[in-house]
Design a protein around this ligand. Structure first.
Ligand code: ATP
Ligand code: LTN
Length: 334
């Protein structure tokens, strides 16, 4: 298939901390797999990250680490445009235009806004509220067809679609209406300590999530302490959220189907099962840890990559923005 015929993929991740196993399974580990079939564009969304308070020194460090992690997780900068969001000012510019096609009411309904404003009640800033508009700009600037994300981002993607359709309705067909690309298994990995909650980078309890750079003994200990339920059957069921979560994780990292896993652990207890999950996760993450260490020791290479990524991202998004400015009726400056 020629480059032009390939569908366009866009996705982003916030540099708010080391990626969790949830980020890895639900999103990032799949991004590398899509590179040959699609034209992929991936971004470290630092502008989204500052919607909650960040220490500037830490943010800079975390952004660089997050960028290196993308490569460690299988993204190849020669195949995919890989850049840092704040290097492409076009996203913020497009976000303003799109915000004028977004309703206050629809932003108020976003569950992430409700959750984050409850969690950061002393800083419910306008950026936290308009966060999904910037996300829509990220996607629409590249006319992405597909957006690989975890389940928690479905509502934001739905809003991006509505914004695209509304803009097209006002100004004539222009934006591609993007589709969510959500995995069947592992789209919502739960906290190891509270299987009702999603595993999240910013959880205060370090036992709740496995970070992809955790050492093997830490990973195994976290799985040993994972909350399960009172019986001891390894079975996938709604009333067994803890065990089912571990089964999804095991399935995602080994490629085994759920019935196969149920058979594998028939007659065995939670101890054996948790150890097997811990070991499988740790084995899967070993190359990621090694590659990350190698990349972080070569900052010059990382810089070369993100400068190149920014150039490519700007070249595409600038073209989109110029057309958008014409569509809305701004005077041409060229
Ligand atoms: P934060 O805690 O800072 O809000 P986060 O852990 O939710 O961060 P994001 O940067 O918001 O991570 O998400 C990056 C990608 O990972 C998104 O596509 C998101 O849907 C996916 N993702 C996040 N958490 C999970 C999870 N628990 N299971 C599956 N996918 C997830
Ligand atoms: N909001 C997303 C991160 C994100 C994103 C995007 C994902 C920002 N822009 C564009 C897909 C496409 C999150 O919190 N996970």
């Amino acid at each position: 298939m020629s480059e032009q015929e390939k569908k366009i993929i866009f996705s982003g991740i916030q540099p708010t901390g080391t990626f969790t196993l949830g980020n890895y399974i639900g999103a990032v580990s799949r991004w590398g797999e899509l590179q040959d079939q699609f034209n992929c564009i991936y971004s470290i969304v630092d502008m989204h990250a500052i919607t909650v308070r960040q220490d500037p020194v830490q943010l800079r460090q975390k952004s660089l680490e997050a960028y290196a992690l993308l490569f460690a997780c299988g993204i190849d900068p020669k195949k995919s445009i890989t850049f840092i969001q704040s290097h492409a000012g076009t996203h913020a510019e497009l976000s303003w235009i799109l915000s004028c096609s977004t309703q206050f009411g629809e932003l108020s309904r976003m569950t992430q806004f409700k959750d984050k404003s409850a969690k950061h009640a002393d800083d419910i800033n306008a950026g936290l509220f308009t966060y999904p508009v910037l996300m829509a700009a990220d996607i629409l600037a590249y006319n992405a067809d597909l957006v690989p994300i975890g389940e928690d981002q479905r509502q934001h993607l739905e809003l991006a679609r509505n914004i695209a359709q509304r803009f097209n309705g006002k100004y004539g067909e222009f934006f591609t209406v993007p589709e969510a690309y959500i995995p069947k298994v592992g789209a919502r990995i739960k906290s190891l300590q509270d299987p009702e909650k999603k595993m999240s980078k910013s959880d205060e309890n370090p036992n709740a999530c496995v970070f992809i750079l955790d050492e093997p003994d830490v990973i195994i200990r976290k799985f040993k302490r994972a909350v399960t339920d009172s019986d001891s059957e390894i079975r996938y069921a709604e009333e067994k959220p803890g065990v089912s979560n571990l089964m999804s994780i095991y399935s995602a990292v080994t490629g085994k189907e759920i019935p196969e896993i149920e058979r594998e652990f028939e007659g065995k207890g939670y101890g054996d099962f948790k150890l097997a999950v811990g070991e499988a996760v740790s084995d899967r993450l070993k190359p990621v840890r090694e590659e990350f260490a190698r990349l972080m020791a070569d900052k010059a290479y990382l810089k070369e990559c993100y400068m190149e990524g920014a150039k490519s991202a700007l070249s595409i998004s600038r073209r989109t923005l110029t057309k958008v400015y014409r569509k809305v009726g701004f005077v041409d400056a060229r």
